[in-house]
Design a protein around this ligand. Structure first.
Ligand SMILES: Cc1cc2nc3c(=O)[nH]c(=O)nc-3n(C[C@H](O)[C@H](O)[C@H](O)COP(=O)(O)OP(=O)(O)OC[C@H]3O[C@@H](n4cnc5c(N)ncnc54)[C@H](O)[C@@H]3O)c2cc1C
Length: 416
């Protein structure tokens, strides 16, 4: 592996030389090429900032691809931003493709269409700013230790961020004036065991457990058809899985599934009164109805914690131990789906920074309370707020500007 400095960090003995020249645009480093990292990168680029967007995976938005088959709760109108839509339409117009229309605003795309029709085109517009297969391994500030100038943020911001990133070919140092951490949480699942710890045997069996929403009707069907499944969890992902498993039971009645949650509620899924997302509300009600209707091949066990999950290579099955309302039950199942939510991966990259480092911002579920229900419009509000702080312009609103530009384009298209 080759190790080198980025073009923007030429080694110089005097730290003062590192400071950005007034004429240069600010340099943004955005870590994580999911929907919000891509969004933030375009926001910065539209402001004229120079951008690095680091994505450790070879593919665009790998966390969304993990649920490619799932229909989204939100319609396109809420999924895409006005800025993203404008950028795509501007580029198509430049290529003289005037027929482009987003799928009707009210359509709910599946995850794979979100990637194909929106995120991939936006990434291609980023050009060389997008660094694929480039994992940020460590983040600090040039010429500065974490505790130095703790009470004087202006002294800390006088030194640029220093980012150590690794790609398959090289290790390289990049520098930036501000950093946005958009590394998400969805790639790091909670453990299925009691208290959020790994159940006995779970560490060794995790490669065989489905922690995401399996594609029960598609590529993962073979794992569930005519099989006995243990489903753990009570959120929307578990509801998706339950409904898909029940639909499979219609086709192959020999299977069964056991649905366990640690809550005391009689129904697995908690509804939000007046849920603005109709599709989510319908899904949760449908999942609860499976339990309420007393389907003979679906068993629901509340007040249950998972004590042990042991996968056997010899049989390909799992030995499971549950504490059901303080009574031990042991059983063998063919598949385990643990839709138990995501957690923060504090080990993701090393930070040699002050705990309240100026110029470092977080976006996405990790920056919000109630990470489980985090939605994209909230992420865009975070982005807007961050750029207002960065630019010192409290009225900055690229989304409103983009919305207005889209209307003009629509008008032009309508008039021929
Ligand atoms: C099944 C499902 C359905 C959903 N439906 C909706 C919906 O209908 N409406 C809605 O608004 N929201 C919905 N959401 C939520 C929404 O999709 C997420 O909030 C959003 O995808 C999060 O995007 P993100 O960019 O914050 O994180 P992520 O998509 O997780 O992106 C983080 C990226 O960072 C990369 N990364 C991590 N560490 C590093 C590193 N060290 N260096 C470089 N790269 C790194 C990862 O590879 C990843 O690509 C849904 C979520 C799920 C799971």
């Amino acid at each position: 592996m080759i190790a080198r400095m980025s073009d923007t960090e030429i080694p110089m003995p005097n730290p003062a030389h590192r400071q950005r020249r007034q004429s240069e645009p600010p340099r943004a480093a955005i870590i994580g090429g999911g929907p919000l990292g891509i969004e933030a990168a375009h926001y910065a680029a539209r402001l004229g900032h120079a951008v690095w967007l680091f994505e450790r995976d070879a593919q665009v938005a790998p966390d969304v691809r993990a649920w490619a088959h799932v229909e989204m709760f939100s319609p396109w109108k809420q999924i895409r931003s006005s800025l993203g839509a404008l950028l795509i339409r501007e580029s198509l117009k430049a290529e003289k493709v005037n027929l482009w229309k987003y799928p009707p605003d009210r359509v709910h795309p599946i995850g794979s269409n979100f990637v194909k029709l929106y995120l991939e085109p936006l990434v291609s517009l980023l050009g060389t700013s997008y660094l694929r297969e480039t994992r940020v391994a460590a983040l600090g500030r040039s010429y500065m230790f974490p505790g130095e100038h703790a009470a004087e943020p202006e002294k800390r911001t006088a030194r640029r961020f220093r980012i150590l990133a690794r790609s398959p070919l090289e290790e390289r140092v990049y520098t930036a004036d501000y950093v946005i951490d958009a590394t998400g949480v969805s790639h790091t699942s909670h453990w299925a065991g009691a208290g959020g710890l790994p159940a006995l045997g779970e560490l060794g069996s995790r490669g065989k457990i489905f922690y995401r929403i399996p594609d029960v009707a598609g590529k993962d069907r073979v794992h569930f058809l005519g099989k006995k499944t243990l489903l753990i969890g009570d959120g929307t992902s578990a509801a998706e899985t339950a409904v898909a498993l029940a639909e499979l039971l219609e086709k192959e009645p020999d299977g069964s599934f056991l649905w366990v949650t640690n809550s005391r509620s009689e129904m697995p899924c908690k509804l939000t009164p007046g849920d603005p997302l109709l599709r989510r509300d319908t899904l949760l009600k449908k999942a609860n109805l499976l339990v309420k209707s007393g389907h003979p091949r679906i068993t629901f066990l509340p007040i249950t914690q998972v004590e042990a999950i042991q996968h056997s290579l010899a049989t390909g099955r799992f030995q499971v131990t549950l504490q059901v309302n303080h009574e031990t039950q042991r059983m063998t199942v063919d598949a385990v789906v643990a839709n138990v939510g995501s957690r923060l991966d504090s080990q993701n990259f090393e930070r040699s920074l002050h705990p309240q480092e100026p110029g470092l911002y977080q976006i996405g579920a990790k920056a919000a309370d109630g990470a489980g229900d985090f939605l994209l419009p909230e992420g865009r509000r975070q982005i807007q707020d961050i750029f207002r702080q960065i630019t010192g312009r409290p009225d900055l609103d690229l989304y409103a500007e983009a919305e207005a530009a889209l209307k003009v384009m629509d008008g032009e298209q309508a008039s021929g």
